[in-house]
Design a protein around this ligand. Structure first.
Ligand code: PEP
Ligand code: MN
Length: 264
């Protein structure tokens, strides 16, 4: 069902208020790895509004490698996130980690994110097949392109056709970067599926200085959007600070992304 053979026309998702994801426009979603506080959200939302970015990413349930790391503000944080975003015309992309969260998060999110560690959580995918909100599925940490498509097929066949695929880097033998951003996946996915494809260069390379370059490369490779981490003070971020852009870097990237997209 997610194949171009089944549907030739590209899927374009309409999130309302003029926010679209898919062919015909470049989607930019930026925000912190983790939602931390009202003050933090105030700052980043102003940054997004100033740059006419209408999609904000930010985790309230965080999958952390260590149980001692910050694991997110949970539902309380999401409710505040939702309230503040609504007031500013911003749409929310945030990670759902388990089936029981789907229902409680539903009314407070615009796009459910399935993280790389949950790409093959088939019960979660089944649950998301039953909702009427878009789902962004990240490629698994060691997942193949075919496995990503298969995960999307779970949600689609469950009845939810509002899907976005995200290349976020895979684990390889390379140690010079956090992950290996597989830009090969972009043209391959664009040919195989009618679904929108976005690139996450932050997790893809994991090193702040290289994030903008890989974001621009993602657009040139054919991505419909870029999802990246930004924070007023990356060095103080509760998670993923080393791959997070400050506002100056983020503003410059947004400008360049739009220029490069116009060249395509
Ligand atoms: C994130 O988006 O902050 C995240 C945890 O991503 P991933 O699932 O790709 O590691
Ligand atoms: Mn992160």
């Amino acid at each position: 069902l997610v194949s171009r053979k089944w549907r030739v026309r590209p899927t374009v998702l309409d999130l309302g208020d003029g926010v679209r994801i898919g062919e015909g426009s470049l989607s930019i979603a930026a925000g912190p790895c983790s939602i931390e506080s009202e003050a933090q959200m105030e700052k980043i939302m102003q940054h997004l509004v100033d740059n006419d970015v209408r999609l904000m990413r930010g985790g309230v349930f965080k999958p952390r490698s260590s149980p001692y790391s910050f694991r997110g503000l949970g539902m309380e944080g999401l409710k505040l996130f939702h309230q503040m975003a609504r007031a500013r015309g911003i749409k929310i992309v945030t990670e759902v980690m388990q089936v029981s969260q789907v229902e409680e998060m539903h009314d407070y999110v615009d796009v459910f994110q399935v993280g790389a560690r949950n790409t093959q959580n088939f019960n979660l995918l089944d649950a998301l097949g039953g909702v009427d909100k878009p789902v962004l599925i990240k490629r698994g940490i060691s997942g193949t392109i075919e496995e990503l498509l298969s995960s999307a097929e779970y949600v689609f066949s469950g009845g939810n056709e509002k899907l976005i695929l995200c290349e976020r880097g895979i684990r390889t033998f390379e140690t010079a970067s956090r992950n290996t951003l597989d830009l090969n996946a972009v043209p391959i996915l664009k040919e195989k599926t009618h679904l929108p494809v976005v690139v996450d260069p932050s997790h893809g390379i994991g090193i702040r200085d290289y994030v903008p370059t890989m974001a621009l490369a993602g657009v040139m490779a054919g991505a419909d959007g870029i999802l990246y981490e930004a924070h007023e003070k990356p060095e103080e971020a509760a998670s993923d600070g080393a791959q997070t852009l400050n506002f100056q870097e983020s503003e410059r990237l947004i400008r360049n992304l739009r220029k490069v997209y116009a060249l395509r």
